[in-house]
Ligand binder design. Structure first.
Ligand code: NAG
Ligand code: NAG
Ligand code: NAG
Length: 921
């Protein structure tokens, strides 16, 4: 039971290693036969030279592997025993799969044979354990009673005709068998080793040129388990391939198709399988060598003429390739670009090097080209160099020049002049060109050398041309001369006096039809000549005309020339003279010039009403002129005869200005001046008119008092109507402007004490009774124009009887209020009387000479020169010093001068004098 269990267990374990329908592989975990063989040691057969085959499942191998150990109980005979493995082949035939020999030197013991790896027998599922002794049986057994191992075949090999060795088939059909016997034998199994290639993962060269059938390689494999190669065979296979085959028998790799499509490394993959279906892989790498095309004839030099114009084969290439079709072309050129190409020759398999159409070769530009030709079979490329040498071409030859030809003027446009013929040995295409002297000849040369007219010869003026014809093949050229003579020319008329150096000038207002210029022309052919002209601008023809028969240019017979209105003042006339064939044009510039035309003052008489005034005062008489000369300048002047010098006239504007202070109040200045005004234009033409200036006197003076102030002294007891004094004013204006009236301004006074007459006399109007002191007021003189002059007037009013009691008089009472002053005054009075007495003594010497009625006081009081002695002359008080050189107040803003009488006699002194005068009288 244990044995069977072990077998089943091995089967179960083996299922873990089972591949798809593959053989079960053994592992090193168990054994076949009896687990403990020494327990079956009871009996030994008496057979001699018998082979046993234990065809019972106990002794049957369940997996594929090797036997690494045998164990058996050797009963009682020493000797040699072969432990064997039998494999069923067909029916009752078995093949001996292998045997391991053991020589027993002792008996009745369990022996173990460890089999060296190089001798281990490969077992296969279904194989049976067997053994053989060539003498007495040596493996013991114990007979069983129940279901024990059966069918233990045994056969006497001594009767066999041939020796039984591993690999030998033996028919066991005649063999007898034992039943219910447990033989003490077992085989310990182990895994089989995988096979291996002995010469793979190999790299080798292969020629692409190898033929079909060519042997490439023989694959070899081996296996560590000897019976995998001796008893059974290793199976070697190769992956399917289009170019190579593998013979599994001979293990030979051979070529089956042309290898030329291949290049580079080509891999063949192999697999080897042993009995237990262990495998190994290997590759054979073929490096396929594909030979590139061979160019046999490069490194050569060819020559081409520089004037080659059509495509031309320069060189035929010799190229071969042992295996592949190939193509050739130009890989590069030096210099680049270059006008060459490589292609197959028509209808052939050879390649040719060609020069292209119109290659434009030139020795001067480049004499040598390196053309690198590359041929390739798609796997490899070969390059060779062809040197193309450019050779100079031959020059063309002109065969019918130099030459000359004479043409009549009847020849027409496109008529033939001359046929130039030329040849060139190596250039089919020639180009023709020409130059002619003088330039501008009436013919041209065509591409074929035909020189033909480009216009009718009738109008030719030049009688002969020297023509130089040049023929070129594009590289070199040849020139030769042709003389062309034109006979019977009609020549153009010639204008002999145009153009002129400068322009013609025609003044405006020139008479209609006046001759301006005679155009003269000559004509060699004595043709009748016609004259015409045009003008720029075209309006010139309105003012000038030409006689078609005579060529005389005149002013228009209908349109007068007015410089100021003509559309242009400069005309260019294109004068044309024609014979029946030719015309000749010349131009003539006519300028219309301006005539200075008269100017007119706009009025015959100009009047100016003005006033007297200061120097520099302006007056505008409104002068203006009319002048047909647009923009002409004008200057004005005037002549006032005996009244010259009072006024000036501005030449540009005609404005009048007083040259002096024109004051009619002074005698001698006229109130009316008559002048002749002259206007002069830039050309010196003049116009005159009369200018009358009336000057009016105006009220320009203010009445002025003759004295800057007046002072009068009166006693306050004078009666109303008494004349107190007179004032006197003058006015600078003549006529009524100088008339004025007097009046008084007494607003400063308490009462209108005074009045004034138109003669300037001031009289008492209201009583002065009780009045003492100075009364200051103003006298006014007002002229007819309202101008006013002022003067201050002081009337000093005295008390007639006392010198000390002027208590009511303002200005003196303070001094006498103080009683102490009376003492001073008294003393001063005594001193003063003493002084007066002395003075009187001195003065009395003079009094004898005064005229009768003369009032020295009055005279002196007026401030006029007088003959009074110094003592009587008024002495100004410093306190009332008059202001010196004070400007006169303006006429419009008169101011009242302060009442500061320039002359003053102290009241006391005067009073004393009055007494003295009275006394004297
Ligand atoms: C022979 O077999 C018996 C059991 O059957 C065993 O007990 C004995 O040990 C064996 N003899 C030897 C020498 O192994
Ligand atoms: C000029 O040459 C051309 C051909 O080249 C020919 O056809 C023609 O007749 C020639 N003319 C003359 C006038 O020789
Ligand atoms: C007025 O007084 C002056 C002197 O101041 C004198 O010349 C003049 O004649 C007097 N006029 C008249 C009308 O008496």
């Amino acid at each position: 039971m244990k044995v069977r269990c072990a077998a089943v267990c091995i089967l179960l374990i083996s299922t873990f290693y089972r591949n798809d329908a593959a053989v079960t592989k053994c592992t090193a975990v168990d054994f076949i036969g009896k687990t403990q063989p020494y327990l079956y040691n009871s009996t030994i057969d008496g057979t001699i030279g018998y082979a046993f085959l234990a065809a019972d499942s106990v002794y049957q191998f369940p997996c594929c592997g090797v036997v690494k150990q045998w164990q058996a109980f050797i009963k009682q005979h020493t000797g040699t025993v072969l432990f064997e493995v039998w494999r069923s082949t067909s029916g009752s035939a078995y093949k001996l799969a292998g045997s391991n020999e053991f020589v027993a030197l002792t008996t009745n013991m369990l022996i173990a044979l460890n089999v060296a790896s190089g001798a281990q027998i490969t077992v296969y599922p279904g194989d049976y354990i067997g053994w053989y002794t060539d003498n007495n049986e040596m493996v013991a057994y114990t007979a069983g009673t129940g279901p024990e191992a059966d069918n233990i075949k045994y056969i006497d090999l001594r009767s066999q005709p041939t020796a039984i060795t591993p690999g030998t088939n033996l028919d066991w059909s005649s063999a007898a068998s034992f039943q219910n016997r447990n033989y003490g034998i077992r085989a310990t199994i182990d895994a089989n080793s995988p096979p291996f290639f002995t010469n793979l993962n190999f790299f080798m060269l292969a020629q692409a040129t190898w033929p079909v059938g060519n042997l490439v390689y023989t694959v070899s494999a081996s296996d560590p388990n000897p019976s995998d190669t001796t008893i059974t065979q290793l199976t070697i296979t190769m992956n399917t391939d289009s170019y190579f085959s593998f013979d599994t028998t001979t293990k030979e790799v051979k070529v089956t198709a042309s290898l030329t499509p291949l290049s580079g490394n080509y891999l063949l993959r192999f697999k080897v399988v042993d009995l237990c279906e262990y495998t190994a892989s290997g590759t054979l790498t073929l490096s396929i060598y594909n030979e590139p095309p061979t160019i046999h004839n490069l490194g050569a030099t060819v020559e081409v003429l520089e004037n080659q114009v059509t495509e031309l084969l320069l060189y035929t290439l010799s190229v071969t390739d042992p295996s592949d079709p190939f193509t050739c072309g130009i890989s590069s050129t030096s210099p680049s670009p270059a006008p060459f190409s490589v292609r197959l020759k028509p209808g052939l398999t050879d390649y040719g090097v060609y020069v292209n159409n119109n290659p434009g070769l030139s020795v001067a530009a480049n004499a040598n080209y390196n053309v690198f030709v590359a041929c390739t079979d798609g796997k490899g490329t070969t390059v060779g160099k062809l040197v193309v040498h450019v050779a100079a071409s031959n020059s063309p030859v002109i065969t019918n020049l130099p030459n000359s030809v004479t043409l009549p003027t009847s020849k027409l446009n496109t008529d033939l002049v001359f046929n130039v013929t030329a040849t060139d040995v190596d250039s089919p295409t020639l180009t023709y060109s020409m130059t002619c002297n003088p330039i501008g000849c009436p013919f041209k040369i065509l591409s074929a050398g035909r020189i033909q007219l480009t216009s009718d010869l009738l109008y030719q003026t030049v009688g002969s041309y020297d023509v130089t014809v040049t023929v070129s093949d594009g590289y070199s050229s040849r020139s030769s001369s042709l003389s062309v003579v034109i006979s019977g020319l009609n020549t153009a008329p010639v204008i002999t006096n145009l153009p002129i150096v400068s322009s013609l000038s025609v003044q405006e207002n020139t008479n209609l039809g006046t001759s301006v210029y005679q155009v003269t022309a000559t004509d060699n052919d004595r043709d009748t000549l016609y004259y015409t002209m045009t003008s720029v601008p075209g309006t010139g023809m309105d003012y000038f005309q030409i006689n078609s028969a005579t060529g005389l240019i005149t002013t228009s017979t209908t349109n007068a020339i007015n410089y100021e209105t003509i559309p242009a003042t400069s005309f260019t006339f294109y004068v044309r003279v024609s014979d029946s064939t030719w015309t000749t044009d010349k131009n003539l510039l006519i300028r219309v010039t301006n005539q200075n035309e008269a100017l007119y003052l706009s009025q015959q008489i100009y009047r100016v009403y003005t006033n007297e005034g200061y120097a520099g005062q302006q007056m505008n008489p409104g002068l203006s002129v009319r002048d047909t000369d647009v923009g002409d300048s004008v200057s004005y002047s005037m002549n006032c005869g005996s009244n010259s010098g009072y006024m000036t006239m501005a030449s540009s504007t005609g404005l009048l200005t007083y040259a002096i202070n024109y004051d009619l109040d002074k005698p001698g200045l006229p109130t009316a001046i008559t002048c002749i005004v002259t206007a002069t234009d830039s050309g010196g033409l003049t116009a005159t008119a009369t200018l009358s200036v009336d000057i009016a006197e105006i009220n320009d003076n203010t009445p002025t008092f003759l004295s800057s102030s007046y002072t009068f002294t009166v006693f306050n007891n004078i009666v109303v109507g008494t004349t107190i004094g007179n004032v006197s004013a003058v006015d600078g204006d003549i006529s009524t402007n100088g008339q004025f009236t007097y009046s008084l301004d007494q607003t400063t006074l308490a009462n209108n004490y005074f009045q004034i007459s138109q003669a300037g006399f001031i009289t008492l109007k209201n009583s002065l009774s009780g009045v003492v002191g100075d009364l200051d007021f103003a006298a006014k003189a007002t002229d007819t124009g309202g101008l006013q002059g002022f003067v201050s007037v002081r009337v000093t009013v005295l008390e007639p009887t006392t010198t000390t009691a002027a208590t009511t008089t303002v200005g003196y009472k303070n001094m006498f209020d103080d009683k102490r002053n009376i003492v001073w005054i008294s003393i001063l009075a005594v001193v003063a009387i003493s002084v007066v007495a002395v003075t009187l003594y001195v003065c009395l010497g003079y009094l004898r000479y005064w005229p009768v009625g003369f009032d020295p006081f009055k005279e002196c009081a007026k401030g006029f020169e007088c003959k009074k002695p110094d003592c009587l002359k008024p002495k100004p008080r410093p306190r009332f010093q008059p202001e010196k050189s004070k400007p006169l107040p303006s006429r419009r803003e008169p101011s009242l001068p302060p009442p500061t009488p320039p002359l003053m006699v102290t009241p006391g002194k005067q009073e004393i004098l009055n007494y003295i005068f009275k006394f004297l009288k």
